[in-house]
Design a binder for this molecule. Structure first.
Ligand SMILES: Nc1ncnc2c1ncn2[C@@H]1O[C@H](COP(=O)(O)OP(=O)(O)OP(=O)(O)O)[C@@H](O)[C@H]1O
Length: 873
């Protein structure tokens, strides 16, 4: 692993540089990044959350107490302000003393009276959300409600205080605002004030509880509105109205007059709705379904029955408030569309393809496109200051060195009878390229055949002859610089080419001889094979690749599978497990070091690949990009297994080790993935010290068009990896050759130290992550045995959630682990165990690959019977 940077930087120099840069940084940006980190640190969020809960409770107690003892405390507060707080304090009646009385005096007496009680409720709920990471009640919606409650109550009570002329005794109930505003309204409107106050309540109710979804009958009779007039109508609705008008047949809507809604979602006993849903539809069967559905923030679109084009789709809530949205189809069945990003398994899109473009368009119009990043909405991309600022001196080649080399090249070539017309030098970070135009009549093949002799005569390490230079009629001779430039990771991350790159998976590979940054799109590569003798910069190279991805990608869009048979090379990335790593459901460690686990992981990736291909086929698209676009546009139904697909990058740090211990067992899945996985977003980066043919087999090699080599020990190794010599001539420390699309490019890999990686991982892991690493599909190897009976499920020791899980799958007629996981809020492992138990109990059928298991019990009554028997046993 990285021990020491490029030649010029001795540990001492580096330490000094680091100290200088650190003190420079400290002055300017340290406090900003510290503040950032503090804000996104779990501990500070927890502390703030608990503080807000305490403040919420405190304010509530203080306000209630003030309302009870108000008159007594008013004089105490005045005395404290005018005279001495110390003298006044003992007189206070408020349960929270003088402070409680003073705050309550302002909020209750001066401002809002009873209405002020809305404030502590909001503060408490905000604190709850910060502390527990989820909402007790929909916060945004409730805040709006409470704001209205505060002002309206104050006005309403103020009206009666004014007309009863009881300001001296009762003004504490309406507060100063309520009373004063009523005074003004009375002057302007007289008795009309109460009408205005009543009207305000009416307007609030119709917007807050979305009167548009109350009844079809209402809608039918309401005047037709243009889309510009309202947000609550979708195109379908308007078209329907227009059609009906044309036909002059105001036919009753099915849900009102037609057959009662028949939904496969039978009424279930579920906790009551947190907020009353005003539902005035005369649909007796639909009603319990509404109650059931509204309490669950999950889609309950009947899984097997495509929702037909909905004529009226109305949502009870504006899109951005984070509350589940209830929608109604013309069939009268209701379902909930969850806001994107509510939980890690956010499943916002609620329509399937059969619904048609218009419905998904209207969903997008209402809610905006699905955004996977909303699972971690506050995630901050790493700041560049995490990387060390090594002072860049540029390439250090003196005139003298250049002239010396030029003369030696001229002399050597002349010795072999090669005349030179012209010679140019281009100074790169590690080597200088001398480009030679040979004299007329000199054949390139002659120069090529003399390559080794010329190199020997020039007798410097790492001379590489490029004859001819691709696309030019010239010869290139690369001569290493005496003092090479160290390319820092920071400098390349800051480079515009990287920051502005819009590649799907941008990876920095290095700096070219013309000092340009070379960035590749791993998604297009589509896999990378990396070789290099020990100590030549492979680990640094992998770290550079990972750093570029982490700097550019949101955890929602990228998952890493890290295989590290050497056990220490990638260990640093353990910290970002809950952000970027993917692992097998049953494994403890996200970084895979054990060969058996590697085999399972590779096979699991193959299962993931097959699953993804099935989803692509189902969606009628050809690749991950088209799939995710369709999903983002809410045209794919998560209830049918559709989900946003993050890219998966598999990194294998040492293939040689694995090939020695597991041979074909790893070769086959690697080759399979390399052959097929590009379209579904799984990309491989495989590194090895030993690029021999029994490690990089023909099967593997054929499927890795992009190959990269650091210095290797022999020309044979160079040929194995690059199909040509040259890599043995490299000068080490990140000097490398990239072979891509039959081009061979010499690059200097940037340097990134383990300390920098450590800081980067700390920065990422200090932020809120997912509950656990991204779960790869379960793969049970030979030992596990696929047969449920062999795995001996003990039904006498059932999970406590067994009955609930059974009811869930029977109600939905869908035996899927992810359904159990989402709806019962369980981890993957536990949900997997539950589904195994359900299989053993004969409630669901056996595993069927990417499809959900068949549910063998058809109705809830039958299920209760089965459950009762199990209990009796
Ligand atoms: N891009 C680079 N720029 C400057 N120095 C580098 C670069 N890459 C590697 N080095 C130097 O080479 C040393 C070895 O690099 P690295 O640890 O990446 O080798 P490796 O090929 O992974 O070796 P091993 O396989 O034994 O782990 C580093 O400690 C560092 O001093």
């Amino acid at each position: 692993m990285a021990k020491q940077p490029a030649g010029k930087n001795t540990p001492r120099q580096r330490e000094q540089t680091k100290q200088q840069t650190q003190s420079a940084k400290a002055g300017k940006t340290d406090w900003v990044s510290k503040l950032d980190r503090w804000i996104y640190d779990h501990r500070s969020t927890l502390a703030l959350g608990v503080l807000l809960i305490l403040i919420g409770i405190g304010l509530f107690v203080a306000f209630i107490s003030y309302l009870l003892h108000g008159p007594a405390d008013q004089s105490v507060v005045r005395a404290a302000v005018n005279d001495s707080a110390q003298d006044a304090a003992p007189e206070t009646k408020n349960w929270l003393g003088l402070v409680g009385a003073s705050i309550a005096h302002v909020f209750v007496f001066r401002w809002f009276g009873v209405g002020a009680l809305g404030l502590p409720v909001v503060v408490f709920l905000a604190g709850w959300k910060l502390t527990f990471g989820k909402e007790l009640l929909p916060l945004a919606r409730l805040t709006k409600g409470m704001l209205f409650f505060t002002i309206w109550t104050s006005l309403f009570i103020g009206y009666f205080v004014r007309i009863t002329d009881s300001v001296s005794s009762a003004s504490v109930w309406c507060g100063g605002v309520g009373y004063e505003v009523n005074q003004v309204m009375a002057t302007l409107l007289g008795g009309g004030s109460i009408v205005l106050i009543g009207f305000m309540l009416f307007v609030f109710i119709i917007f807050y509880f979305d009167a548009s979804s109350w009844s079809f009958t209402w809608k039918m009779n309401w005047p037709r509105l243009k889309p510009a007039d309202t947000d609550d109508y979708d195109d379908d609705t308007l078209q329907d109205y227009e059609k009906e008008e044309e036909e002059e047949q105001p036919a009753p809507k099915p849900a009102t007059n037609g057959k009662p809604a028949t939904s496969p979602v039978a009424p279930v006993a579920v906790p009551p709705t947190p907020e009353p849903e005003p539902d005035v539809r005369p649909a007796p069967v639909a009603a319990p379904v509404v109650a059931a559905v509204a309490s669950e923030p999950e889609p309950v679109v009947p899984a097997d029955e495509p929702v037909r084009t909905s004529r009226i789709i109305s949502f009870d809530d504006p899109p951005k408030n984070g509350k589940p949205v209830t929608a109604t189809t013309s069939q009268g069945s209701d379902f909930v569309v969850k806001q994107p990003g509510e939980t890690p398994e956010s499943v916002a899109p609620a329509f399937d393809v059969p619904v048609g473009e218009a419905s998904s368009d209207s969903l997008v119009a209402e809610h905006g496109p699905y955004d996977a990043t909303l699972d971690l909405p506050h995630y901050q991309y790493p700041v560049v200051d995490l990387l060390t600022d090594y002072p860049s001196k540029g390439a250090q080649v003196s005139e003298v060195e250049l002239t010396e080399n030029k003369n030696r090249i001229e002399d050597t070539l002349l010795k072999f009878g090669i005349g030179i017309k012209k010679i140019f030098a281009e100074v790169g970070p590690t080597v200088t390229l001398y480009e030679i135009i040979p004299a007329d009549g000199v054949r390139i093949s002659k120069i090529k055949s003399l390559e080794d002799d010329i190199a020997l005569s020039l007798s410097a390490l790492g001379i590489r002859i490029i004859a001819p230079m691709p696309g030019k009629g010239t010869i290139g001779i690369e001569v290493p610089n005496k003092n090479r430039e160290m390319v820092s990771m920071r400098s390349v991350i800051l480079n515009e080419k990287f920051s502005k790159s819009n590649f799907e998976l941008p990876v920095i590979l290095g700096k070219t001889i013309s000092n340009e940054i070379y960035i590749a799109d791993l998604a297009k590569m589509p896999h990378l094979l990396m070789a290099g003798a020990t100590g030549q910069g492979k680990s640094v190279g992998l770290n550079v690749l990972l750093t570029s991805l982490i700097y550019k990608k949101h955890p929602a869009h990228l998952k890493l599978v890290l295989v590290d048979p050497k056990k220490v090379e990638l260990a640093l990335y353990n910290k970002i497990e809950r952000h970027f790593l993917a692992k097998l459901p049953d494994s403890e460690e996200a970084i895979i070091t054990d060969t058996k686990k590697v085999v399972n992981t590779l096979n699991s990736l193959c299962v993931e690949m097959d699953n993804r291909y099935n989803l692509l086929k189902d969606a009628g698209v050809r690749n991950i990009k088209e799939y995710n676009t369709k999903f983002t546009n809410r045209k794919l139904n998560p209830e049918k297994g559709h989900r946003f697909m993050p890219y998966i990058v598999l990194i294998i740090d040492e293939l040689a080790d694995l090939m020695m211990t597991a041979g074909k067992e790893v070769e086959q899945p690697i080759a399979r993935l390399a052959q097929l996985a590009r379209a579904i977003g799984i990309h491989l980066v495989v590194a090895t010290q030993r690029p021999s043919v029994n490690v990089i087999t023909g099967l593997i090699k054929a499927n890795f068009p992009a190959r990269l080599s650091f210095k290797v020990t022999s020309k044979i190794d160079s040929r194995t990896i690059l199909d040509t010599g040259g890599a043995e001539q490299l000068v080490g420390m990140g000097d490398m050759l990239l072979s891509s699309n039959s081009d061979l490019i010499r690059l200097q890999c940037p340097f990134v130290d383990t300390e920098e990686i450590d800081e980067l991982c700390d920065f990422v892991s200090g932020q809120r992550g997912y509950d656990e690493a991204y779960a790869l599909p379960e793969y049970v190897g030979d030992e596990g045995g696929q047969d449920i009976e062999e795995r001996e499920i003990d039904l006498s020791n059932r999970d406590v959630m067994f009955d609930e899980a059974a009811r869930l799958v029977v109600i939905h007629q869908q035996g899927s682990t992810s359904l159990i996981q989402r709806r019962l809020k369980l981890g993957y492992n536990r949900a997997g165990r539950l589904i195994d138990q359900l299989e053993a109990a004969g409630i669901v059928g056996p595993f069927e690959g990417s499809k959900a298991r068949e549910v063998l019990v058809q109705d809830p009554q039958h299920l209760e019977e089965v459950l009762r028997k199990l209990r009796d046993q």
